[in-house]
Design a protein around this ligand. Structure first.
Ligand code: HEM
Length: 158
């Protein structure tokens, strides 16, 4: 019981860290679009928060879904909203590959005081906005799956 509560707490903490992280990363990208040089450090801080939340979600989420703490993997694998939720998470992870690599390169370039190609910023901002939208859809799926709505939704597929 305590284990389940702690996992749920960490899962929700990821939401508290991740949503401000990805939203503020978008704000920093908008600042860069306007030529605000100081936005780089805010971008890197927000990006670190977003990365930390992603790892926390994955670790606690998989433990909850496939460990002995919640309803059990048989339940979740038949829950339509759970499968949609994991699909949304996977979509975010796929979208994030290029921004993650780019921001890592930018960190190295800044440390070496090398120039950064700002032409990429508008595209990175669009991808960030997409990630915000997908992230906000996930708690709705979580609420449905926790209540058994959409159970067996995709059972005819397998
Ligand atoms: C691979 C990634 C993830 C997995 C495997 C996962 C799995 C789970 C599981 C098993 C539960 C328990 C549901 C129940 O009570 O029966 C849960 C709850 C929840 N998840 Fe996730 N999750 C993941 C990512 C996320 C993300 C990215 C978000 C938010 C953007 C999120 C938000 C929530 C919320 C709000 C709840 C309900 C509150 C709670 O009981 O903690 N999850 N998740």
């Amino acid at each position: 019981m305590i284990g389940a509560a702690l996992l749920s707490t960490c899962h929700l903490l990821a939401l508290a860290i991740g949503v401000p992280g990805v939203v503020l990363r978008g704000v920093a990208l908008r600042g860069l679009e306007k030529g605000d040089e100081s936005a780089f450090s805010r971008l890197f801080t927000a990006d670190a928060a977003w990365g930390l939340a992603a790892l926390l979600w994955l670790g606690t989420g998989l433990t909850r879904a496939f460990g002995p703490f919640e309803k059990g993997s048989a339940y979740y694998l038949h829950s339509g909203p759970f499968l949609i939720k994991v699909g949304l998470y996977a979509a975010i992870a796929a979208i994030e590959v290029w921004p993650m690599i780019t921001f890592l390169r930018w960190r190295v370039a800044r440390a070496k005081q090398q120039p950064i190609d700002r032409a990429l910023v508008p595209r990175l901002r669009v991808l960030n906005d997409l990630e915000v939208a997908l992230t906000l859809a996930i708690p709705f799926c979580a609420s449905l799956m926790a209540r058994g709505v959409g159970f067996g939704l995709f059972d005819h597929v397998s």
